[in-house]
Design a protein around this ligand. Structure first.
Ligand code: SF4
Length: 373
């Protein structure tokens, strides 16, 4: 297939669903899609409605904005409020609540906060404002970390002195290991993240069948990609042969993107441990700047509160990110918590599970039925 319409062909989708129904007969399957982009495909294209009822999809921790704990938002706000600072970050991050409000609230109070599409845009702002300190609030998984690394190499090459990075890049593999090590995790297999795996390579997932006896299929993001990936995973489970399968062959290679991995290696080192919303502290699950780049490290140049702040009691984002509840099972879903007035990060981000269900789930027959119970 070459064109986007072909990946959305409803007749072909019906054929795959029929095959899936036949294959999946006789037992229940509980499958986690790790990536928030996949969660959005599931609801946006109504896959949730057409899948057999014995195939249950639960959503994973693959939304980079959602997994950052509130304390990190507070740290970013503290930086933004310091004299002469311009804080630049991705749009999703601006509306995520911290303990005293969001970056958007801080902007309304006078902080200079700018939304950017890439870290290079933040570097450009630094070049255009030599009398200001420009801090890039870097978030995201292995998909966005290479961009931050390249930007830091560029800043070093150009000798820029007023550019800093508040590094909060996190790594997917340690998070999935932590989930699998948790006794509350009851899953039959995973739909693996397509974009992250283009960088880290499909070999990075071999620990799942080897150490945990579960299967994983790396999937693309169109509806037929996902249906085929679910089919391949169910087939693995039925055959009792867990392995790493790649459905997203048009982008994923066994070793990933060697150049991207090399720049990350050059610029970043592992943090000993890092706090994830919902998953707690996970060893070597996040990146920090290497000492050679300390001149750009915001943590070395700005005072940060660095407090651990639990989510509000009503917020169940942690349970959603662990896949132990589905978004509509949170008591405040769609009532006190909406995209206009989010209580938790999962309702804010374009990759958040609650935002996906809120935006598209009201058109879903199954979600409507579940909400009415
Ligand atoms: S509905 Fe809101 S508070 Fe509840 S889990 Fe989702 S984002 Fe968090």
């Amino acid at each position: 297939m070459r064109f986007i319409d072909e990946f959305r062909d409803s007749e072909l989708a019906k054929v795959v669903v029929c095959e899936l129904e036949r294959l999946a007969q006789g037992r229940h399957f509980r499958i986690m899609e790790i990536c928030g982009g996949h969660t959005h495909t599931i609801y946006r294209y109504g896959l949730h409605d057409v899948l057999p009822t014995n195939i249950e999809l639960v959503h994973g921790p693959g939304c980079p904005v959602c997994v950052l704990p509130m304390g990190k938002v507070d740290d970013a706000i503290a930086i933004a409020k310091q004299d002469g600072v311009i804080l630049a970050t991705f749009g999703d991050m601006v509306r995520v609540p911290g303990s005293q409000g969001s970056l958007m609230d801080a902007q309304a109070d006078g902080a200079d906060i700018r939304m950017v599409y890439s870290p290079l845009d933040a570097l450009k702002i630094a070049q255009q404002n030599p009398d200001r300190k420009v801090v890039f609030f870097a978030i995201g998984f292995e998909t966005t970390a290479p961009g931050t690394a390249v930007t830091l190499l560029q800043a070093k090459k150009l000798g820029i002195k007023n550019f800093f990075v508040f590094c909060n890049h996190v790594l997917v593999v340690p998070a999935i290991k932590a989930l699998l090590d948790s006794p509350e995790t009851q899953l039959d297999g995973f739909i693996g993240p397509g974009h992250v795996t283009t960088v880290i390579g499909s070999k990075a997932w071999e620990f799942i069948p080897r150490d945990y006896g579960k299967g994983i299929v790396i999937s693309g993001f169109e509806p037929l990609d996902m249906l085929q990936a679910i089919y391949l995973l169910v087939r693995q489970i039925v055959e009792g042969k867990p392995r790493v399968d790649v459905q997203y062959t048009r982008a994923v290679r066994p070793d990933g993107n060697l150049k991207a991995k090399a720049v990350m290696e050059q610029v970043f080192d592992f943090r000993e441990t890092f706090e994830w919303r919902g998953l707690g502290w996970i060893e070597r699950s996040a990146l920090k700047l290497r000492p050679e780049f300390s001149e750009f490290d915001a943590e070395m140049h700005f005072d940060l509160p660095q407090r651990q702040i639990p989510d509000p009691k009503v917020c169940q984002c942690g349970a959603v990110l662990r896949g132990t509840i589905l978004p509509w099972e949170c008591k405040v879903f769609g009532t006190a918590c909406t995209p206009e007035h989010p209580i938790g990060a999962c309702m804010v981000s374009s990759e958040g599970a609650c935002a996906a269900v809120y935006q598209y789930g009201r058109f879903s027959r199954k979600v409507r039925e579940l909400l009415q119970r």
